[in-house]
Design a protein around this ligand. Structure first.
Ligand SMILES: Cc1ncc(COP(=O)(O)O)c(C=O)c1O
Length: 357
């Protein structure tokens, strides 16, 4: 009988801490749709200062944050956005920028490190003189960390170079920074510097930071005015939202400093997995809190069998789409002993492949 669950499916599974619950319970609130919730306003001012942008807007989810940002930048019909083929906006957001916003996507292949080749980005920008045939390029999107590439960090140098391309062509740059604090900690670059080149940033509060709900959009004052209007249109404006913002403030204060520890635990897990012969993992590419690994065909263990076996031992992991890969995500509610327990359970499945410690 399993008594403890080790939930490694995502960093979205964290439960709010006692401090978050207490802050939410005692938050001073009012109607944020009328612009008068003091806790929401305080949170937005604090995070805007931290991320180095003029203003902020709390939204229910990362998906809505990205949708609003793309739509505000691409408000003219016939707009096109350049983005990576494996980025979250392109793969996992129901094509909302097209179905809801009428924005056309021009994808560029994501490299294994989450970047797109700079010359391919530049080549994807439409010639403004050819507008009889082509949509008009208005926006470039980056994702940092890049989830589908295993939480790889997009460097400051690269981000600045994409910013220069955007400026040269009078385009905007949006960063899906769902895990930008993970990138900032792993790269050792202050978050405001890391996103300096961006016109807008979306940050998830309910991933590694551990807040129960919410994301935030950051940008110039005029951008955030438009974002708040669109948030209302989409049904994302909430009344006494200070309850959620109070928990998010605690998440920011308490949990950014724990991200380095999540990255260290991810590394321990990846290195342990790399010693098991039936699995393939590139532990050198584990830069933050996400570990992808493959079950080798020669092991004769299906992804389904692997996941079910771990589940019987109280460990939850997620298969990546339909292929033979597994995704594991670390967060502050996973301990180092949980990692060792997970490795020992996996070793039970692959005893004949064990190559020692
Ligand atoms: C990189 C990235 N962007 C955006 C999102 C969307 O966030 P949400 O699940 O809050 O809509 C996610 C969610 O996993 C993500 O990983």
């Amino acid at each position: 009988m399993v008594t403890k669950i080790v939930d490694l499916r995502s960093d979205t599974v964290t439960k709010p801490t006692e401090a978050m619950r207490a802050a939410a319970a005692s938050a001073i609130v009012d109607d944020d749709v009328l612009g008068s919730d003091p806790t929401a306003s305080l949170f937005e001012a604090e995070i805007a200062a931290l991320v180095g942008k003029e203003a902020a807007c709390f939204v229910p989810s990362g998906t809505m944050a990205n949708l609003i940002c793309v739509l505000v930048h691409c408000e003219v019909r016939g707009s096109e956005v350049i983005l990576g083929d494996k980025c979250h906006i392109n793969v996992y957001e129901n094509g909302g920028i097209s179905t809801i916003g009428g924005v056309h996507s021009r994808t560029v292949p994501n490299n294994p490190d989450g970047t797109m080749d700079l010359d391919l980005i530049e080549a994807a920008i439409r010639d403004p003189h050819e507008e009889l045939y082509y949509p008009t390029t208005r926006l470039i999107c980056l994702e940092n960390t890049h989830a589908n590439s295993g939480g790889r960090c997009i460097s400051l140098e690269y981000t600045d170079k994409v910013g220069e391309i955007a400026k040269r062509h009078a385009l905007k740059l949006h960063i899906d920074g769902a895990r930008i604090f993970n990138a900032s900690v792993a790269l050792g670059v202050p978050v405001d510097r890391l996103v300096q080149a961006a016109d807008s940033v979306s940050v998830c509060l309910s991933k590694g930071l551990g807040a129960p709900v919410g994301s935030v959009i950051l940008g110039s004052k005029s951008f955030i005015v438009k974002a708040k209007r669109l948030r209302k249109t989409l049904g994302g404006a909430m009344r006494q939202v200070g309850i959620l913002c109070a928990a998010a403030r605690v998440a920011l204060n308490d949990n950014v400093s724990k991200l380095a520890e999540d990255h260290r635990k991810a590394k321990i897990l990846a290195e342990g997995l790399s010693r098991i012969k039936g699995l393939k993992v590139n532990s050198a590419s584990v830069e933050t809190n996400i570990v992808f690994f493959e079950i080798l065909e020669s092991s004769n263990i299906s992804v389904e069998k692997f996941c079910n076996f771990l589940k019987e031992h109280g460990i939850l992991v997620m298969a990546v789409d339909t292929c033979s890969s597994i995704r594991v995500v670390l967060h502050h509610q996973i301990s180092e002993s949980d990692i060792h327990y997970t490795l020992s359970c996996i070793q039970l499945l692959f005893p004949q492949y064990l190559v020692g410690n």
